[in-house]
Design a protein around this ligand. Structure first.
Ligand code: HPA
Length: 245
């Protein structure tokens, strides 16, 4: 079963024919909301809105452990995580869809592991390639098939938020190799790896990162809404493509 995590701009999947919703309890507390089960085309899908259905949970307060544990516990076998990001690399402007291949984690103070200590040997999961190759390929193949331009590969810098970055922070991140910047990529991807759950992200560039192009003198969040709205329609087409036989 395919699990889809919706981010900003994707709190519902209009093309999901919902059969039921389930409040799943986990040893890590409550997920961001009930899981929505249903079908898109011939594919069983379960959907969760990362920030809650009313978009009320900020990135640093999302219970990533509960969300990932809940998806795993209901039998999800692959996860596609949709996330909005800022574009740093010159070819990744507003509206671009990107399947990142690497992560730099700048978050702190988040519950970022299922290993709580004392209940078994310590395990250091391999995270050299943070995204599952087969889920990345599936996304890229579908995008190609339906003619939706999607960039293959980007380094996703995950910041703590909820504030946006300073221009100097973006410069520093770019120097470190970052191509896009968002607030939710971690610990989500690391937790998926701990669960051995194949996971990849489909990122939507909502704005130029701070200090770049038309964000030179600031980022107006109102301007992002229309970009996200239009781009999420394309994300839905990609998701529909994933579910086509
Ligand atoms: N920075 C961090 N997260 C974001 C941005 C950004 O510019 N845009 C959308 N999510």
């Amino acid at each position: 079963m395919l699990g889809i995590i919706g981010g900003s701009g994707l709190t519902q999947l209009a093309n999901l024919d919902v059969s039921h919703r389930e409040v799943v309890r986990t040893p890590y507390g409550e997920p961001s909301g009930p899981l929505s089960f249903g079908r898109i085309g011939s594919q069983d899908v379960v959907f969760i809105a990362r920030h809650g259905y009313g978009h009320t949970i900020p990135p640093h307060l999302v219970n990533y452990r509960a969300n990932m544990h809940a998806l795993d516990s209901v039998g999800v076998t692959q996860v596609v995580s949709v996330a909005s990001v800022g574009g740093i690399r010159a070819d990744l402007g507003p509206g671009a869809l990107v399947v990142p291949h690497q992560i730099i984690d700048y978050t702190w103070g988040r519950e970022m592991t299922f290993q709580s200590g004392g209940d078994g040997p310590v395990v250091h999961v391999d995270f050299t390639e943070p995204y599952a190759a087969e889920v990345r390929k599936m996304l890229l193949d579908v995008a190609r098939r339906i003619g939706e331009p999607v960039t293959d590969g980007a380094v996703y810098a995950t910041t703590q938020g909820p504030r946006l970055e300073t221009a100097a922070e973006i410069n520093r991140m770019q120097g470190a190799g970052a191509d896009i910047v968002g607030m939710t990529g971690m610990p989500e991807a690391g937790l998926a790896r701990e669960l051995d759950l194949p996971y990849a992200a489909l990122c939507v560039v909502a704005n130029w990162a701070a200090g770049r192009a038309d964000s030179l003198h600031g980022i107006k969040f109102e301007d992002l809404e229309s970009v996200l709205h239009e781009a999420m329609a394309r994300v839905r087409r990609v998701i529909e493509g994933l579910c086509a036989p």
